[in-house]
Design a protein around this ligand. Structure first.
Ligand code: GUN
Ligand code: ZN
Length: 426
């Protein structure tokens, strides 16, 4: 076992932040050898019980759960900041040409390593990640995440139509490849597979039907896709699937809405769609920097809460502009303020932080596994330095409440505040 002494942030079951100014985090193997949190709380309350355990003194720092990114594309690492009139031209002019390069496994491996370096440097310890349509891009990504001991989920993109040569796959082969990848990787170490139809417009009904069949056969495998991101895209989906009740309804019709299904964006949903998300247990990956950058629109927090649907935060790199959860939380705050039916919301820093940790984990069906530091959670955490820049130091020193401290980090923090990222400690 090993212990760390620092300020400590966790989340209660009711989503509220729990904070110890002088905390102790004790990590070590559980009965099955998994590296987990054995105890978390105030130093004074715990230190006698763990008197024999080596304690690393990190006072002056804040230990918090590793962030969970609910939707990101590793092959779009080099697409960040590509200007376009909107989603569809952005895909055609930048994204597809970049993704076509991932047929080369050496390239995929190099980008995968850079991508994981960048996630960890920014404090992200778990991510639900798109690969490309090339199976080798999945092997490259899983191998890289496995070597780092991460809890990590990815999958081969399915896109058998309306896609250029180089990324378009074959209907039959794509499903054979998906099943082979599930069998090779899902449940190996901390890795999980996600069935990954890119979005309804780039899959034939046959491919979506096959994906739904796999999703029914492999119940604990994840599903990831995009929905209702952009007005042109919504129109296109309606033309292609004229009998579906809505764009989200297309996925429902093919058996692709269930627990462990994560849909990026969910901007142009109606009340029946939101009720369907709630009933099926599917969740939204809210991607505010992407939605602002591509001019897509705004996630409706109040409507999502009224429907009781699950959601969490995501970077959506490379539509998104930053790997940093601090940038994503700040963008989510702006969207809450200005992107809603008036009056806007004032999301609290605790809510924003929860949506990028324990809330994102809950959306994945991984609550109590990652995204929190309660006893039994896997020991993935970050050590934050509230003094990492002169302005952040000045601001956090003056913080009188937990909300003020967390807000200072959300507004002023970035990768420089992430002093250390620890994966599977103990
Ligand atoms: N819809 C289909 N593919 C994509 C993608 O790569 N990024 C985003 N933001 N939306 C999509
Ligand atoms: Zn995306």
């Amino acid at each position: 076992m090993k212990a760390y002494r620092a300020a400590l942030l966790r989340f209660a079951d009711d989503h509220s932040p729990l904070y110890e100014a002088d905390g102790l985090l004790v990590v070590g193997p559980d009965a099955t050898g998994r590296r987990v949190v054995r105890a978390a709380g105030s130093h004074a309350a715990l230190i006698d019980r763990y008197a024999g355990v080596a304690v690393e003194d990190l006072r002056g720092h804040l230990i918090a759960p590793g962030f969970v990114d609910l939707h990101i594309h590793y092959p779009q690492t080099d697409v960040i900041g590509a200007p376009a009139a909107g989603l569809l031209p952005w895909l055609e002019n930048y994204t597809f040409p970049h993704e076509a390069r991932f047929t080369d496994e050496t390239h995929a491996r190099e980008v995968a390593e850079f991508f994981l370096d960048e996630l960890l440097r920014n404090g992200v310890t778990t991510a639900l990640t798109f690969a490309t349509s090339h199976p080798s891009s999945v092997n490259a990504m899983f191998s890289a995440a496995q070597a780092r001991g991460m809890r990590f989920i990815t999958g081969k993109v399915l896109q058998d139509r309306h896609s250029p040569d180089g990324v378009r796959d074959d209907t039959e082969q794509s499903l054979v490849d998906t099943e082979a990848l599930i069998q090779r990787w899902h449940g190996v170490d901390r890795l999980g597979y996600a069935i990954t139809p890119r979005f309804a417009p780039t899959s034939t009904p046959e491919q979506l039907r096959g994906a739904g069949e796999l999703a029914a056969r492999y119940r604990d495998v994840w599903i990831q896709s995009h929905v209702a991101e952009n007005r042109d895209e919504v129109r296109w989906a309606a033309e292609l699937f004229p009998t579906a009740r809505s764009y989200l309804g297309v996925y429902h019709d093919f058996g692709l809405l269930r627990e462990r299904a994560i849909y990026a964006h969910c901007i142009y949903l109606d009340a029946a769609d939101r009720a369907l998300m709630q009933q099926t247990g599917a969740a939204a990956a809210v991607s505010p920097t992407s939605n602002l950058f591509l001019g897509s629109g705004f996630f409706d927090y109040a409507a999502a809460d009224a429907a009781g649907m699950r959601y969490g935060l995501a970077s959506d790199v490379g539509g998104g502009t930053s790997f940093s959860p601090f940038r994503t939380m700040l963008a989510a705050y702006y969207v809450g303020r200005e992107g809603q039916t008036k009056p806007g919301l004032s999301l609290t820093p605790g809510q924003l932080w929860w949506q990028h940790t324990a809330g994102a984990a809950q959306a994945l069906g991984l609550d109590g596994v990652v995204g929190n530091l309660q006893p039994g959670c896997e020991a993935d955490f970050i050590v934050l330095d509230p003094q990492s820049t002169p302005l952040l130091a000045r601001k956090t020193t003056q913080a009188r409440t937990l909300d003020e401290l967390l807000f200072a980090l959300i507004v002023l923090g970035d990768d420089r505040a992430v002093h250390r990222t620890v994966v599977a400690a103990g």
